[in-house]
Design a protein around this ligand. Structure first.
Ligand code: NAI
Length: 413
């Protein structure tokens, strides 16, 4: 089955992007070397459905070099980079992904990938898993299990697990410490602002930034906004997280109140309808709305459309909605993950950790095989520690080790 990509001629540009990130992913390099030597994934088909940019491509290549037949597709219509897709095809991988595809095309790509009857899937947000549980049960034929990259996908998986309807084992890669602590917090923190700044070419300093959701992503995003000189307001529904935000030095209030104060709004909740018409009605002229949560449901786009008298492209990747009184509300990247749909995603050094976890999760599935139940698993702590040790070493840091006596004193043995 031949690949479906935008333009094969873009391969050289994509290869350059992949070579760049490879240099900054020492942990994945280290793990990849071993997997390649052992040909861990020989005769196995792995479907990767993660935002298709250079770091993901490098993970796909690591699995390919470790013997897998790798089939790659995107995980969001706006986050695929066509040159990176072309580079993977040039390396002999099968790819079904195009930038700015329609919803229909997006699902046709996922289906085409599932036609390969994977042994392992690497999912991001749960769309592959959803298909495998509904219209594509046939593609479970050889499936050992899969891994899930993000919080929203893990929430969907735990829903299936709770109902008792999960049909194969899934590893919540997102829930490894080496994933969420660095990727969700520091990765989203930096790349969200990168996406917003490069798309708008406006300042953050001096602005009132409203961060919706003070989870792992929200904390990172608020922290970086503060560093950029913004006055940060946090909205939350969890009273504990709200206290944390207050103690971290931020103003906390409901969205309805924040709506009239903010200049830039960023949603990172994984929830829907976080910003709706009643909030939009109160917003100042020229505000920027961006989402970094997994799905484009956090900012209610139907409400924005209903409220506006017209809309136009304010700048590349920004849709400007004009209200009846002349106020403009700017929506970045169609309300899709702004760091990926309007940027290059997380920095390579961050994805080095996340994808090291993913590669080890895929290996774990292979080794455990049929002994795993149809449940959501988190990788053992030792795996996290091993990933962290390689990373720390690669960054040139050393730390102390516990003596036998200290281990006994701490009840560790
Ligand atoms: P989390 O569960 O740690 O945090 C979410 C927070 O939002 C919680 O504190 C929750 O109480 C709060 N929340 C829920 N509904 C809310 C509402 N209506 N108003 C205000 N706060 C609300 O989740 P995490 O890891 O921070 O992920 C958040 C989203 O970001 C998920 O969709 C996840 O998949 C996605 N994500 C995106 C990344 C990116 O590259 N843009 C990277 C990692 C995760």
């Amino acid at each position: 089955m031949t690949s479906i990509i935008r333009n094969h001629d873009l391969a050289a540009a994509g290869q350059k992007k992949i070579a760049w990130v490879e240099h900054y992913m020492p942990t994945l390099n280290n793990i990849g070397e071993r997997l390649k030597k052992e040909q861990t994934f020989q005769d196995k088909t792995v479907v990767v459905s993660v935002h298709l940019e250079a770091k993901t491509a490098y993970l796909a290549l690591v699995l390919h070099r470790a013997g897998a037949k790798v089939v790659v597709t995107g995980s969001n219509p706006l986050s695929t980079q066509d040159d990176v897709a072309a580079a993977l095809v040039a390396e002999g991988l099968t790819v079904y992904a195009t930038y700015n595809c329609t919803e229909e095309e997006y699902f046709s790509y996922l289906n085409a990938a599932l036609d390969h009857k994977p042994h392992i899937i690497i999912d991001d947000g749960g769309d592959l898993v959803h298909l495998l549980h509904t219209t594509r049960k046939d593609a479970q034929e050889r499936l050992i299990g899969g891994t899930e990259e993000t919080t929203t996908g893990v929430i969907r998986l735990r829903g299936l697990e709770k109902e008792g309807t999960l049909q194969f084992p899934m590893i919540a890669a997102n829930d490894s410490y080496c994933k969420y602590l660095f990727d969700n917090r520091y990765g989203t923190g930096q790349s969200t602002w990168d996406g917003i700044m490069r798309t708008t070419n406006l300042t953050v300093v001096g602005k009132r930034v409203v961060i919706a959701g003070y989870g792992w992503c929200g904390r990172g995003c608020a922290m970086r906004a503060k560093g950029l000189g913004a006055h940060v307001i946090v909205t939350e529904v969890d009273p504990i997280k709200a206290i944390e935000a207050v103690f971290d030095g931020f103003e906390v209030m409901p969205m309805e109140k924040a709506a009239e104060k903010g200049d830039i709004f960023v949603t990172l909740t994984g929830d829907k309808d976080v910003i709706t018409r009643k909030d939009m009605e109160k917003m100042k002229d020229g505000v920027l709305l961006a989402n970094a949560g997994h799905f484009d449901v956090e900012i209610n786009k139907n409400d924005l459309n209903d409220l506006a008298v017209r809309h136009f492209e304010g700048r590349h990747n920004i849709e400007s909605y004009e209200l009846s009184d002349g106020r403009i509300i700017n929506l970045l990247a169609e309300g899709r993950l702004v760091n990926l749909a309007a940027g290059d995603g997380h920095p390579a050094e961050i994805m080095d950790l996340s994808f090291a976890v993913q590669a080890l999760a895929a290996e774990y599935l292979l080794h455990k095989g049929k002994s795993l139940e149809n449940r959501v698993y988190v990788l053992p702590k030792e795996t996290d520690m091993a990933v962290a040790s390689v990373k720390l070493h690669s960054m040139g840091y050393e730390i102390d080790t516990l003596s036998k006596e200290q281990r006994t004193y701490l009840n560790l043995d």
